[in-house]
Design a protein around this ligand. Sequence first.
Ligand code: PM9
Length: 468
Amino acid sequence: MTADPQNLPVASPIMAEPYRIKTVETLPITTRAHREKAIKEAGYNTFLLHSRDVYIDLLTDSGTNAMSDKQWSAMMSGDEAYAGSVSFDELKDAVEEIYGFPYVVPTHQGRGAEHLISKILIKEGQSVPGNMYFTTTRLHQELAGGTFVDIIVDEAHDPTNQNPFKGNVDLKKLQSLIDQVGPANIAYVNVAVTVNLAGGQPVSMQNLREVSELCRRHEIIVWSDATRLAENAFFIQEREEGYAGKSIREIVKEMMTHFDGCTMSGKKDCLVNIGGFLAMRDPSVFQRACELVVVYEGMPSYGGMAGRDMAAMAQGIHEMVDDDYIAHRIHQIRHLGNQLLAAGVPIVEPIGGHAVFLDAKRFLPHLTQEDLPAQSLAAELYLESGVRAMERGIVSAGRNKATGLNNAPKLELVRLTIPRRVYTDRHMDVVAASVIALYSRRDQIHGMTMVYEPPTLRFFTARFEPMA
Ligand code: PM9
């Protein structure tokens, strides 16, 4: 298998979906009047819309994947034994073969794994450096008594910077944190591959190697949020010297050699609708994880998952490293992003691995960040076309634990997130046309105020009202 379209078995200048459709699901097509009522009832928060009111759902790529015929077959042979499930053995074997970690603890989803590892590795008052925050990851670190420290390269905060590895850790920032607080006060270094909130930006293999070497010199544990690792591997294959001839499978395996373990939301790259895991090399960390998983999730041989879901995830892990699958996935995201760029719509560049991110600050320059431009833009896009997107800006960033003030991230984005193997390139054309239409009347878009704010992870359930 090869990622090079020139070498595909069928010579064609166009790359089509490398699968054919076996089951179809009808999409709801709605009127503007219907959508006006729906978004008002949802408090102008796209998370609170009913999916029956959504035409093309780009809220998230999490748990929205289409499973393959082989995965559905695996579901039927799932072993639902309370203890010692065969499906767990299949999952464990798949993780060991593809990721290279000998110990695996299944969890109900990624944040279940984040909860466990934060409780195991973080002591009150310790720092947890990472390449940009992620909402659930940071919250679990804080709940365990840690403080997140951002050590991503500065370029990640600039939506127009063309650095091919904008997810990289800034080694100087990491070294200076080590010098400042001392290695004993660093719980572990957490490296996400790819970096979701930077726009799905990848980390280079060289950077992973250097971070790992630096951590080992100081005896600091280095962990990965491996949620979108196959997408990261594609960018390494495409952009990093020495990797063009290597398969995604080989690159994924090499990436993981640089870590002591990983958290995984299986709902993304593992091509399933639910599930996650914690994987590691150290038997003592594994033992502690087994002690905790029975308290918070379930027996170590199922964690938070049904046997059939573990079986589907084991199969999905093998499918995620298929070179043709991943090449088309990135192609589809670029198919959308490049149409927007051609029309002058401001997006995060380079186009990332799971989504196209609209830059709300440049899209709506007449709004201040406190006017919640990304929240407003996501609501307007839904009104325009029934396309659902997600705010990834000041609302998602929450409040500073110490000051109570809004965290104001440099990036104020709307994420058009592409589920895996769900939509065709033609759907992407419709999305592009909708965003371009909205951009042509951008000066008519008003800001929002938050009228209900929950205390944590506010973006999920907050409610808003239009300003004008
Ligand atoms: N990401 C996303 O839409 C799910 C909802 S938003 C909180 O992007 C990373 C990099 C993620 C992620 C979820 C999780 C948590 C950890 N790391 O949703 O708990 O993107 O399976 O994973 C979402 P779970």
